[in-house]
Design a protein around this ligand. Structure first.
Ligand SMILES: Cc1cc2nc3c(=O)[nH]c(=O)nc-3n(C[C@H](O)[C@H](O)[C@H](O)COP(=O)(O)OP(=O)(O)OC[C@H]3O[C@@H](n4cnc5c(N)ncnc54)[C@H](O)[C@@H]3O)c2cc1C
Length: 448
């Protein structure tokens, strides 16, 4: 008799979920999500892997997915602890024969699966490629040969078709008889500061229901038709799809977004904006496979480059950047929006990342780790890949990006509307960047 454990990760949905379909081909099914305790502990570069805004979003995703499973007489079993020990203990307790999960590109996730396989040699482990647009086996090259520039990747992938979206799951196998009582299935409300909804800016609601609603809204309002013209604006819900957080927790799939683009092009218009939207989705794809290929290099100071960058760690500068207290008002406004809402536009991300690396000369990895803690749409491959790109140690053949803050301000906030909205924590533009000089003497008198 097949007794399956479906290890739910970044695939919190019923629609287009091949892994859950596969796990359903069994007599009994246990759906498990592990909230790993390490996510809440600061690691390298001072930041935590999971900050309170994304944790709030994730709780919404878990709760929504649990509701969907309840409607099919199933349940999401949420465990808090160490991922590997929790999965091993559950496999043993319920005499599991098969573990099914979505394949994620991270080294950590892949090592975990390997270790689980070693601990449970009699359990069949199935990994399903559905976090990306294309499954691994369809890539027209060995992963080792992944083009080292996005434009080459784009050309190689141009003729490869994307699989159709699979229908929503309508029935699931029964649960195990001796499961703990439903009360302990509720998400563990961990001790952290109570979550505060942002009074100003966006509030994202986690879950497949909210994700599908945003997908449908964005396309039904015909917003993709003008995407290219407005995507660089700093503010405005409708200037880009805002789908990233739902995509990264798998509340919606990349294939579903691609399907919406295709239908939109057939029924409304196909223009450079709809193409541009697809190409952004393909950037996400590229960073996933790159992460898969280069593994730990994603997190190394010199990244994919021959030499490390000429930056260092300056705690005071880094803290000022995090808290929106640099001498650059536009950067401060963006950082304030990030801390408050967990989201900033792509252009804002580029400006603040460039500032940290080029103006403040700080090691890019501290910035990437701060984004990891703060962003509700954090994705390892995309975040660290974009940071490497800006720091000049990634896949950019032109070697880094330096955004001129004055020019960016004139282009994207000429009337200061965005800054007026987000410069809520005082004016720091006239204060010096460093409080001490190279010999540790105060730059300003202490009583200044
Ligand atoms: C320094 C830096 C860090 C970033 N960190 C992340 C991150 O952790 N998670 C994340 O999802 N995106 C990240 N991005 C990429 C991008 O900023 C966001 O994907 C985008 O702003 C999300 O808003 P949206 O869904 O409205 O995007 P849209 O403009 O509507 O784009 C549609 C989709 O395409 C993908 N996409 C868009 N821009 C990029 C890009 N530059 N690189 C790769 N994929 C892209 C996303 O999945 C996005 O949802 C980062 C960019 C920079 C410069």
């Amino acid at each position: 008799m097949k007794r399956s454990l479906y290890w739910v990760t970044n695939d919190l949905r019923l629609n287009d979920n091949i892994a859950l379909n596969l796990a359903s081909q069994s007599e009994q099914l246990l759906c498990v999500y592990v909230v790993d305790k390490k996510w809440f502990e600061p690691k390298n570069y001072q930041s935590k892997p999971l900050g309170d805004k994304r944790w709030h979003f994730l709780q919404g995703c878990l709760s929504d997915f649990n509701q969907s499973l309840l409607a099919l007489d199933q349940q999401l079993y949420i465990v808090y602890g160490d991922t590997l020990s929790s999965l091993t203990a559950l496999c043993e307790k319920y005499d599991i024969t098969d573990v099914t999960t979505t394949r994620l590109p991270g080294t950590y996730e892949n090592n975990l699966i390997d270790e689980l396989g070693q601990r449970m040699p009699d359990v069949d482990i199935h990994q399903v490629d559905q976090f990306t647009l294309f499954p691994h086996h369809i890539l027209p090259f060995e992963l080792e040969q992944l083009p080292i520039s996005y434009s080459k990747f784009r050309k190689v992938m141009a003729d490869i078709s994307i699989a159709a979206v699979t229908p929503s799951i309508e029935s699931l196998p029964r649960m195990f008889a001796n499961m703990p009582s439903p009360t302990i299935f509720r998400p563990p409300w961990l001790p952290n500061a109570p979550y505060q909804r942002a009074k100003c800016g966006y509030n994202f609601e986690g879950g497949e229901t909210a994700g599908l609603k945003q997908l449908s809204r964005y396309f039904s309002l015909a917003l993709p038709a003008d995407y290219k013209q407005v995507r660089n604006n700093l503010d405005g819900w409708d200037n880009s799809s805002k789908l990233s957080a739902w995509l990264n927790y798998g509340c919606i799939s990349a294939r579903q977004v691609n399907h919406s683009i295709t239908v939109f092009e057939e029924q409304h218009t196909q223009n450079s904006s709809t193409e541009c939207l697809y190409l952004e989705l393909l950037w996400r794809e590229y960073f996933q496979w790159l992460h898969f290929k280069v593994g730990a290099k994603t997190y190394q100071f010199k990244g994919l480059a021959e030499h490390p960058p000429l930056t260092s760690f300056y705690p005071e500068r880094f803290n000022k950047w995090c808290l929106g207290q640099t001498p650059y008002p536009l950067v401060n406004a963006c950082m304030n929006e990030l801390i408050t809402t967990g989201y900033i536009s792509n252009r804002a991300r580029q400006i603040v990342a460039s500032c940290l690396v080029n103006e403040l000369s700080v090691d890019w990895r501290y910035g990437a780790a701060w984004f990891e803690e703060q962003l509700i749409d954090y994705d390892a491959g995309v975040n660290w890949g974009n940071w490497q790109y800006i720091a000049g140690v990634g896949v950019d053949p032109r070697g880094g990006r330096h955004f001129n803050i004055e020019k960016q301000t004139a282009l994207y906030d000429p009337d200061g509307v965005y800054q007026a909205k987000w410069l809520t924590r005082g004016d720091h533009s006239s204060k010096p960047l460093d409080s001490v000089d190279a010999a540790d003497w105060p730059v300003q008198p202490l009583n200044d």
